[in-house]
Ligand binder design. Structure first.
Ligand SMILES: Cc1cc2nc3c(=O)[nH]c(=O)nc-3n(C[C@H](O)[C@H](O)[C@H](O)COP(=O)(O)OP(=O)(O)OC[C@H]3O[C@@H](n4cnc5c(N)ncnc54)[C@H](O)[C@@H]3O)c2cc1C
Length: 406
């Protein structure tokens, strides 16, 4: 018998649908409430890389094959500093490739899987407050409606309201001073040197970017533009794309191939994809009948490539704890105990790389020395290998795992 019978899942991004499906598999009736209107899913832009551990988590809820079918496998990765040719980044042995997927396509796959599992997803439901009572919790939404259940799961992203409801003193997400953009260039690099699925992480003179060859021969690229001024996604999209193109062309002037990528991108193939944030350690992951998953509680720097994959893992581990443990407080405590060390270790690694993304002249010189050494050392390989080989054993009772880590 699970620790609860029903759950309200706030947020229908990535962690929310995965959590709801896993909860249903655990015998808990879950419903997703998402603030965006249903039609907004098509407007979610940009690409997202999922690591093998994220795909392993998706296998548990039966969504991995559909994700792979819609994604581009990244078969080779390189890192370049300044205008030096890229150096291959070692990939962990014995793992399938990371998968690059359009964010909108990922949402469609997850929503489809979740609804086929029997979960209801309600759109236009922005949580504004909750009432806790002895036998349950009630969520109140901006449209005046409400819903009640035994539990409430905050899968509502970096600007989570549930985090604040759990602990009014909880830290806010920290803006990294970088705005994300994604573009498509018809030309821009010596495409003969690139095979489809080859991705390069490039530390330019003023800004970081990455690019990859697509199966249609074009080059996809992502820019992390240094910007002391924070802009929400809506604010960034309100700025005409032509203005952003000019800014990007200045930021990547002199970079090879960054300057060509910016020059070859047109305003209709450029989109703002959001400001970059990290979540500092959150002291309280749960309180009473409320608990957090995904970016709401652990958003690492996007340099780790692990944000979405960790969100999926946590969603599944939470459902497993609620399935196996006798009551809600015990399940929430076990969930935090199983997840916190892993997500904080990965966040700490991300913070180290993140500092190199908007380098000043001194940091630039340091990076030229440090990154080749990092690449050579086995440590990076071992670290990534441990991160990416991680799997959750859904069939093993949580109590067995907990007794192994005491
Ligand atoms: C530019 C950029 C590039 C990135 N690239 C990668 C990458 O390549 N690989 C990777 O793993 N990660 C990447 N990330 C991070 C990744 O997007 C997140 O880690 C991931 O989306 C977390 O999923 P989530 O479900 O926790 O949060 P989200 O995906 O943010 O979903 C939260 C959902 O909650 C909804 N919501 C918010 N408030 C409320 C409310 N009050 N009521 C109801 N619903 C609400 C939101 O509308 C949203 O749909 C990137 C992030 C950015 C910004």
């Amino acid at each position: 018998m699970p620790a609860a019978q029903s759950a309200l899942v706030i947020g229908g991004g990535i962690a929310g649908p995965v959590a709801a499906t896993a909860l249903l598999m655990a015998g808990i009736d879950a419903t997703v409430y998402e603030a965006r209107p249903a039609s907004a899913a098509n407007g979610i832009g940009g690409s997202l890389a999922l690591e093998p551990n994220g795909l392993a988590a998706l296998r548990i809820v039966g969504a991995d094959d559909a994700v792979r079918a819609a994604a581009l496998p990244i078969t080779r990765s390189a890192m370049s500093i300044g205008n030096k040719p890229g150096r291959d980044v070692p990939t962990p042995q014995g793992l399938p490739p990371r998968q690059l997927i359009d964010r909108g396509a990922l949402h469609r796959v997850l929503d489809d899987r979740t609804q086929r599992a029997g979960v209801r997803i309600h759109h236009d439901k922005k949580l504004i407050r909750v009432d806790e009572h002895p036998d349950g919790i009630t969520a109140h939404f901006a449209d005046g409606s409400s819903a009640s259940a035994d539990l409430l799961i905050g899968a509502d992203g970096v600007h989570s309201i549930v985090r604040r409801l759990i602990d009014p003193q909880a830290p806010d997400a920290r803006y990294l001073g970088l705005l994300g953009f994604e573009g498509l260039a018809d030309d821009g690099v010596d495409t003969r040197a690139l095979e489809p699925g080859a991705m390069t992480f490039a530390f330019g003179r003023r800004a970081y970017y990455l690019y990859w060859k697509r199966p249609d021969g074009r080059i996809g690229w992502g820019a992390n533009l240094p910007s002391p001024q924070y802009l929400s996604l809506k604010e960034a999209r309100d700025v005409p794309a032509d203005d952003w193109l000019q800014t990007l062309r200045t930021a990547y002037a002199g970079d090879v191939p960054g300057a060509r990528l910016a020059a070859e991108t047109t305003s209709d193939s450029l989109q703002a994809v959001g400001a970059l944030h990290i979540m500092p350690p959150v002291p309280h992951w749960h309180r009473g009948r409320m608990v957090l998953v995904g970016d709401a509680v652990h958003a690492p720097s996007n340099s780790t490539g692990q944000g979405a994959s960790l969100a999926m893992e946590s969603a599944i581990e939470l459902a497993r704890c609620l399935r196996d443990l006798p009551d809600v407080p015990t399940a929430f405590t076990a969930y935090e105990r199983l997840r916190r060390p892993r997500v904080e270790k990965i966040a700490a690694r991300g913070a180290r790389i993140g500092r190199a993304k908007a380098p000043g002249p001194v940091a630039q010189r340091m990076m030229r020395l440090l990154i080749p050494l990092m690449l050579k050392s086995m440590k990076l390989d071992k670290t990534m290998s441990a991160e990416q080989h991680y799997t959750i054993d859904w069939d093993t009772p949580v109590s067995t795992e907990l007794s192994n880590i005491t």
